[in-house]
Ligand binder design. Sequence first.
Ligand SMILES: Nc1ncnc2c1ncn2[C@@H]1O[C@H](COP(=O)(O)OP(=O)(O)OP(=O)(O)O)[C@@H](O)[C@H]1O
Length: 177
Amino acid sequence: MSEVFVRVAVRIRPLLPKEVLHNHQVCVRMVPGSAEVMLGSDRLFSFDHAFGPTASQDEVYESCVQPLVESLVDGYNATVFCYGQTGSGKTYTLGGGSLDEDGGIIDCVAQDVFSLLGEKEKHSDGVEATVRVSYMELYREELRDLLELHTVHKELHIREDEKGNTGDEKEKNHKNE
Ligand SMILES: Nc1ncnc2c1ncn2[C@@H]1O[C@H](COP(=O)(O)OP(=O)(O)OP(=O)(O)O)[C@@H](O)[C@H]1O
């Protein structure tokens, strides 16, 4: 991957059956053979990647995220951030379905992280890796631990340590043990 620190991709989802039923119209289209999209008839926007309504989960993952997972196991930090209005497809793109049925980014990352770490362990002496996962919802300034649903959101705080790593309070306590 070239030395670009932030890449932006756009994904246009297909109309949903209920939108077709209500005769909703498509207002944004891919410009064929480019990473540009046309809003209405004359407003052109350029991105690093653009995916149309027929793009598969794998296509999105392979172009935008897989290279980051490869850098991750080499020790680099990486963030994938989905942004868009409600109903635009963030959850679908990140987590939709399971690996067997059109898994999203989280499914594919989980699979690749472990297979790449397995490869690394096989080919280099003494490499050890620890994988920690946290899954948090931030909604209206309140945090919820999605892996421990009974946690009271008021007890959770995201903090930054002296190295600039962020984590929730419980994670920090764990690191200090
Ligand atoms: N690429 C896609 N192909 C097929 N269906 C899709 C696609 N993207 C989204 N959808 C469907 O569109 C609907 C809305 O998507 P989703 O729930 O992912 O939106 P969201 O951006 O996470 O919304 P919210 O911000 O409200 O949580 C869902 O029914 C989802 O299955």
